[in-house]
Design a protein around this ligand. Structure first.
Ligand SMILES: [Cu+2]
Length: 183
């Protein structure tokens, strides 16, 4: 009874959609071939308190990531090509701004620091259908996003937040992991 089976599937799908609609949850459409992955952020690592798991993907592959903040402060996820140079540039800029007399809050929210993020983002994320440089999650929050790698090579996912570590970033405390993109 093939048709009966299909209509049952359709019925289940409708019920699921109805439950999601009533509960106010967002519906995410999975990109074809997307691989799902769950990462938990802590102080100061992903899936632990230092570093993060190495992610291996194929060129053109989409990773659909659920990032759960299980720590006590805000964390973020962004993808850069050169993590050492990125962190070095941030440190140089922090020192430069401190020398000019800027306070911690002013430095954290400065255009100069934002500009370094922009310059170093290697691959943008798709967050809720919109392209984004990074995704930020407050403690206890969960974010869902997709990232697609168009070129082979080594990338790094990084949290460059300053909260509780200023003038260092969370990444300076080890909060980053490697992404290997294979051709
Ligand atoms: Cu962090």
């Amino acid at each position: 009874m093939r048709t009966l089976g299909l209509s049952r599937v359709a019925l289940v799908a409708m019920v699921v959609v109805a439950i999601v609609a009533v509960s106010g949850l967002s519906v995410f459409i999975l990109a074809p071939g997307a691989r799902t992955l769950r990462l938990e952020a802590f102080e100061f690592g992903f899936d632990g308190h230092f570093g993060g798991p190495t992610l291996r993907v194929k060129v053109g592959e989409t990773l659909r990531i659920t990032l759960v903040n299980r720590g006590g402060i805000e964390h973020e996820f962004m993808v850069v090509r050169d993590v050492n140079e990125f962190l070095e540039q941030i440190q140089l800029k922090v020192r430069e701004l401190q020398a000019k007399g800027l306070k911690e809050e002013q430095i954290k929210t400065s255009e100069e620091i934002e500009e370094i993020h922009e310059n170093f983002v290697a691959v943008k994320l798709m967050v809720g259908g919109k392209e984004s440089m990074e995704v930020e999650v407050d403690r206890g929050e969960t974010a869902q996003f997709e990232v697609t790698f168009r070129a082979p090579g080594t990338f790094y996912y990084v949290c460059a937040e300053f909260e509780a570590t200023f003038p260092s970033t969370h990444a300076d405390r080890g909060m980053y992991g490697t992404i290997i993109v294979e051709a």
